[in-house]
Design a binder for this molecule. Structure first.
Ligand SMILES: Nc1nc2c(c(=O)[nH]1)N[C@H]1C(S)=C(S)[C@@H](COP(=O)(O)O)O[C@H]1N2
Ligand SMILES: [Mo]
Length: 215
């Protein structure tokens, strides 16, 4: 594992003047927020699928997923209920890595040169699914931003189960409900759909600096 840490805590500069989004308070704790109990999982049978509007559908075992290229990022975490935690350290696979392998974006050099790659196919949105039945939807462009990781590590350790272990999504430029804990698949969509909280009145776009909490 590389020791280099990519610092994305300055991404707020693109969205607002303050690192702490409006209406948020900073906490040094890392609260747990789940709609229900922490689901069980079995490393022998766990599979991760990439489906939908892709060139190549993909399936990974837990062993295979851990072999994918990973990065470690320092990033901020904003919960829609009003707390923010600065400087979280997450390690995992960039969303763009899977999008490239599925043929949704052309090649990784584009990401290196321009920061955010441009999708080439029909996919415009992405639905994440999780072991507890949770779902959440994001525009593909939002998923392709630097900082969106399938994270299996936190602070140099494996991701704790209550924080989404073995694998969760982190979305530093969106409220944290856009990051599915216990994620086990992504479906590329040709039109937006609503996930668990989006169907219950939470914002589709969820930009913390615009305080897009509800729809
Ligand atoms: N699968 C799943 N993912 C989820 C949730 C959930 O209930 N189930 N809650 C979301 C919400 S509202 C938040 S704020 C974050 C909380 O992550 P944490 O418990 O690690 O703080 O996970 C998000 N992802
Ligand atoms: Mo949340």
């Amino acid at each position: 594992m590389s020791k280099d840490v990519t610092d994305v805590t300055d991404l707020y500069e693109e969205f607002g003047d303050e690192r702490l989004p409006p209406g948020q308070r900073e906490t040094s704790a890392f609260p747990v927020l789940s709609k229900g109990p922490t689901p069980d999982w079995d490393p022998e049978t766990w599979t991760f699928t990439v489906t939908g509007a892709v060139e190549d559908e993909l399936t990974f075992s837990w062993d295979e997923f851990q072999q994918l290229p990973s990065e470690t990022h320092r990033q901020d975490f904003h919960c829609v209920t009003g707390w923010s935690k600065f400087d979280c350290t997450f390690t995992g696979v960039p969303f763009s890595e899977l999008a490239r392998r599925a043929g949704v974006i052309d090649d990784i050099d584009e990401r290196r040169s321009s920061g955010n790659p441009t999708p080439s196919g029909q996919a415009v949105h992405v639905m994440f699914s999780a072991l507890d039945g949770y779902t959440t939807d994001l525009p593909l462009e939002a998923c392709l931003r630097e900082g969106v990781l399938f994270a299996w590590g936190h602070d140099g350790d494996s991701l704790p189960a209550d924080h989404g272990g073995p694998l969760r999504v982190v979305t530093p430029h969106r409220y944290a409900y856009k990051g599915a804990k216990w994620v086990d698949g992504v479906e590329f969509l040709t039109a937006p759909e609503r996930g668990y909280w989006e169907r219950r009145g939470y914002s589709q776009t969820a930009d913390p600096w615009q305080e897009e909490r509800y729809s």
